[in-house]
Ligand binder design. Sequence first.
Ligand SMILES: O=P(O)(O)O[C@@H]1[C@@H](OP(=O)(O)O)[C@H](OP(=O)(O)O)[C@H](O)[C@H](OP(=O)(O)O)[C@H]1OP(=O)(O)O
Ligand SMILES: Nc1ncnc2c1ncn2[C@@H]1O[C@H](COP(=O)(O)OP(=O)(O)OP(=O)(O)O)[C@@H](O)[C@H]1O
Length: 467
Amino acid sequence: MVLWNRNSRCSVLQHADSPTSEEILHHLQNIVDFGKHVMKQFFGENYVHHGEIIQLPLDFVRQLCLKIQPERPESRCDKDMDTLSGYAMCLPNLTRLQTYRFVEPRPILCIEIKPKCGFIPFSSHVSQEIKHKVCRYCMHQHLKVANGKWKRPSKYCPVDLFSGNKQRMHFALKSLLQEAQNNLKIFKNGELIYGCKDDQECSSDWNELARHLKPFFFPSNGLVSGPHCTRTIVKELIHVITLTLLSSTDACRAGDMKTVPVSQGRSYCEASAFNKELVRNGKHKLESSGLPRGCLLYKTLQAQMLDMLDIEGLYPLYNRVEQYLEEFPEERSTLQIDGPYNEAFYEKLLDLSTEDDGTIAFALTKVQQYRIAMTAKDCSIMIALSPCLQDECSEQRPVVLASKTRFTFSVSVLDLDLKPYESIPHQYKLDGKIVNYYLKNVQAKDDPVMSSLFKENEDCTLVLHKV
Ligand SMILES: O=P(O)(O)O[C@@H]1[C@@H](OP(=O)(O)O)[C@H](OP(=O)(O)O)[C@H](O)[C@H](OP(=O)(O)O)[C@H]1OP(=O)(O)O
Ligand SMILES: Nc1ncnc2c1ncn2[C@@H]1O[C@H](COP(=O)(O)OP(=O)(O)OP(=O)(O)O)[C@@H](O)[C@H]1O
């Protein structure tokens, strides 16, 4: 189903009126083609489900729209559901196992993680040193809390999750469970049991979660009671998620394409609570074991790293393309800005050179690579787990072991619609806002000179109180 934004940034749906049926169909075809011809190459056949376009009776669509409208979070209501064309996208239910052809009546747990950007920019175009030290997610947290998007900051740091180091991954996943925001959801048999239903309204009751999880992890021993048992179950969950994230269940065409050597960028984020704890304990070396090449996290990170120039290096190239299009608007379709997303489009993305020869071709390749990277920075990973008996396990079904049970599982990636070309100026402005807010409101307080001044003031207040 197409949700079209009243102030749509999407180029095919750009005008103020409702888009026509042909435009909707074209837009959906683009989404399917992009999944099929581009994202499958980057992520692998088994991880990506590109879906198909179907036609639905208009009456059914209208009733559906009325039914779901009251359930939609307020912040999403600037988007209207298309009830006029009758076209819709049909996707598999990714809260279920994708390794079975037919729906089986077995209990299923699904963990949805929106991991966000897992690397620190390495581009020489970065103008603020802080961007080479603190990851965008950790900086953005402060602005999001200040803007009221979330009540509390999260301790989650994507650079830890993508490190491949089990301890760091454990810490990152635990932090997601403590403050799920829009980065974590858990479903049981397709129903949301943990995470945000609405903006800000996140449930984070671990005892309640443990009650749901107990039959999956400890099927044959008594009732869940006490914090110890809850912690054990949560630990089991984190262990299983870590193993599935590190598992390799697919190969892909772009598998050997290495965008940048991991050593080029910093492999940890200075603001990560895990890193701070280590420093506090006198340890200064953070382990990053690196991700196995076949796992979905590795592929996601490689696609994210197509953002090689950072938005600061990319923005002038975007302006070059814009200027060219102003002069030659008829070239827009030849340049494949809005598709078609076919084999030719994919092939051009493989040129990883960063030497600017001043051409439109160079600028365009970098812009399109950046859009892929943005998409990979905003997608979600769905991990579906179902308990299985030892004799049910076969080589075709990947299996992960917990202490008392074993699970067959599938890993998929969700929300792979290509980010619009038009969103680049917004990205540029947002980047500036995130960094400036952090420098002004967070780093200034962390600065040793500033913070000692701050401490002196605190001492002073104490003395005054005593008097
Ligand atoms: O820019 P970011 O990092 O805040 O990401 C936006 C997401 O916010 P988040 O940081 O995950 O809370 C944002 O997430 P929410 O809708 O707020 O849950 C969207 O995914 C947005 O994508 P789009 O513009 O709707 O296509 C995302 O925008 P893009 O930057 O991916 O275009
Ligand atoms: N194929 C799917 N299987 C299972 N759950 C899904 C599927 N697609 C989406 N979801 C669930 O719906 C949520 C919203 O999906 P998505 O972000 O793709 O919506 P959207 O169409 O972009 O809507 P909006 O623009 O309002 O965000 C996902 O985070 C996920 O929990």
